[in-house]
Design a protein around this ligand. Structure first.
Ligand code: ZN
Ligand code: ZN
Length: 297
């Protein structure tokens, strides 16, 4: 339902259900709760803008948001990690080396901690603290585990994105920093992960499957996958050509409606059929033809 339709439906129902008009109080309250949830969801969905490009300059974060077909179709909530604050690693004090690990002699000052530089004109040596080992004569050789040798730690912030309906591969979501409470504005490009049997096409969900020919003949119902899980549909649907259209069971769309589910099936016939099986099949064909003839007379 579209948001206007929902509002209209709400106004109609609330008059009927109101306890003053003789309605039950529980029903009235549960209806109010339903409306609150639905309208909150609609509001949330509206917040995220889809843009066609991102700026060349500015303080923002650009990332790829990988989504499954189901996440797009159902507009689920998605966890995403964005870079947060950066600070100097407290364990290694920014050096990137384990301060309690193995030590080696500093090769630059040969362990003395001092570097002698002779000024040629005056021929007077000047002494400096070795800048490599900071005068200690030794160096830590193991990488700091906390910062993985970087000397800095970047905090990661987790945000939850309410996936807007009707997304396509390559769409870019724009989330201002105020909304996600992070350091940067976010530009996230949508990348749809390949799915073993689902695909999105325009406003529909395509379900690709192979059905063995004997299942169509022998079974009353065939098991299929939908966005809501697995379910059985009559095998007679598979005798009328592909695709099978199941209305309103596709992805949720921007306008609040749902697209269709299209079952793009292939009838599976094994490449090699044993001779004995072929004989039985031809017997079956004879019987089928016989029954057809009898029916016609
Ligand atoms: Zn460190
Ligand atoms: Zn040194």
């Amino acid at each position: 339902m579209k948001s206007e339709e929902i509002k209209h439906y709400f106004r109609q129902q609330i008059k009927k259900l109101h306890p003053d008009k003789g309605g039950s109080k529980e029903e009235f309250l549960s209806f109010l709760k339903w409306y609150k949830q639905v309208s909150e969801n609609l509001e949330k969905k509206k917040k995220i803008d889809i843009v066609s490009s991102w700026p060349l300059k500015g303080n923002y974060f650009f990332g790829i948001l990988e989504l499954t077909v189901e996440e797009i179709a159902l507009g689920k909530n998605k966890k995403f990690q964005v870079p947060g604050e950066e600070f100097i690693c407290p364990d290694c004090k920014g050096t990137g080396k384990n301060q309690k690990g193995k030590i080696e002699m500093c090769g630059f000052c040969k362990g003395s901690g001092v570097v002698k530089i002779i000024d040629n004109r005056k021929n007077i040596p000047t002494y400096f603290n070795c800048s490599y080992c900071k005068g200690s004569g030794t160096l830590f050789t193991q990488t700091c585990e906390k910062c993985k040798g970087k000397g800095k730690i970047k905090l990661v912030k987790e945000i939850y994105i309410s996936i807007p309906y009707g997304l396509k591969n390559g769409d870019i979501l724009f989330l201002p920093k105020e909304e996600t409470n992070s350091f940067y504005d976010l530009y996230l490009e949508i990348s749809v992960l390949p799915h073993p049997y689902f695909d999105l096409n325009n406003n529909n969900l395509i379900y690709k499957c192979r059905v063995p020919f004997w299942e169509i003949i022998l079974k009353k119902e065939i098991l299929i996958h939908t966005l809501e899980g697995v379910e059985w549909i009559p095998s007679s649907f598979f005798t009328k050509g592909t695709p099978i259209l199941i209305k309103g069971r596709g992805p949720f769309l921007e306008n609040g409606n749902r697209g269709d589910l299209l079952i793009d099936f292939q009838i599976y016939i094994p490449e090699e059929i044993p001779l004995e099986a072929k004989k039985l099949i031809s017997q079956a064909v004879e019987l089928i033809n016989l029954s057809k003839k009898t029916c016609k007379i």
